[in-house]
Design a binder for this molecule. Structure first.
Ligand SMILES: [Zn+2]
Length: 324
């Protein structure tokens, strides 16, 4: 068991983290029938198309500032109860605008939930604003400009998510320049649904401190060495990768070879209940399926804190909490 280990997470999309019980309560509140997306307190989907449909249906159950506060508080409290001391959630102000709530109220709602969870459990958390890749470079530039305004102190980073096979990374370089100049931490989804080349493109055009996934780098030995040499951190999400068939099974997942090659890797859950996983389960799989011992798992948690998008006093405090 990994229950005794402290945990940290850098990569989780907040709408994708909604516990099914909370989604059911929200559905009752709004009188929505969820029988086609939630069965036996689990989300139901078969392929990428029905995954997206299910994801959007669950996201649509969160409509107000208060709903987003509930969502963040529920997820972070669940993490804290499993020994998690730090969490970064990926948030989409574009989604806040799409549902008519507005970006500011969406961020404020999430922040209220984060603060409530911290008051209750002590868990530290931050928000990473994400651009949506398939909406195109112009949309991502405007999201970057919004992020650069730093409307809330808990917003400390920027990510790029969405359909990885659309547009080249170079087209988003300007958006990343805007958020880099604003002092936000940078990470980008690459090397998940697209191959090693997308990780190389991300390093060349975005120069991020971290890469979301990046696991397909394993196909290119030179690139693995570059990641290790440059100390770029990979936010690895094994359960998500197996669920989306990026790799056929955990035995062929590259977390272990990347770790052994000296790449700085971390454990993350991505969209946990959609992939029938949780951060705890990712730690369990690392320990019992991939054969990492406690000290190796602690090293991954330490890497997450070392590469967290927080101020230095917070980082020091979190690092010392790892030993308590
Ligand atoms: Zn992701």
């Amino acid at each position: 068991m990994t229950a005794h280990l402290k945990k940290a997470e850098l990569h989780c999309h907040i709408e994708g983290a909604a516990p099914p019980e909370l989604a059911l309560r929200q559905a009752r509140k709004y009188g929505i029938d969820t029988s086609n997306i939630i069965r036996d307190k689990a989300y139901v989907w078969e392929d990428f198309t029905s995954f997206v449909r299910c994801y959007d249906a669950v996201a649509s159950l969160f409509r107000t500032e208060g709903d987003y506060a509930l969502l963040a508080e529920a997820y972070l409290t669940e993490l804290a109860e499993a020994g998690t001391i730090y969490s970064e959630i990926i948030v989409s102000p574009d989604h806040g605008n799409t549902i008519g709530l507005g970006a500011d109220a969406y961020i404020e709602g999430l922040a209220a939930g984060m603060e409530a969870a911290k008051a209750r459990t002590g868990i530290e958390s931050r928000m990473l604003i994400t651009g949506i890749r398939h909406l195109g470079p112009e949309s991502v530039i405007s999201t970057a400009e919004y992020a650069a305004m730093r409307r809330h102190p808990l917003v400390t980073g920027f990510n790029l998510a969405g359909e990885e096979r659309m547009h080249s990374v170079a087209e988003f370089a300007r958006a990343f320049d805007i958020v880099r100049d604003a002092g936000l931490g940078l990470t980008i989804h690459a090397g998940e649904l697209s191959g090693a080349f997308s990780v190389r493109d991300a390093l060349d055009h975005v120069r991020p401190a971290r890469i979301s996934h990046g696991v397909r780098a394993i196909d290119d030995a030179g690139l693995v060495k570059r990641l290790a040499d440059e100390g770029v951190v990979l936010e690895v999400c094994p359960g998500s990768n197996i669920s989306l068939k990026v790799f056929p099974d955990f035995a062929s997942h590259p977390l272990r070879p990347l770790y052994d090659a000296g790449v700085r890797v971390t454990l993350n859950s991505d969209d946990p209940p959609f992939f029938h996983t949780s951060l705890v389960q990712e730690y369990e799989i690392a320990a019992h399926v991939m054969g990492f011992d406690d000290s190796e798992i602690d090293r991954m948690t330490r890497t997450a804190i070392e590469s967290a998008f927080v101020d230095e006093p917070t980082r020091e405090r979190l690092l010392s909490a790892l030993h308590v």
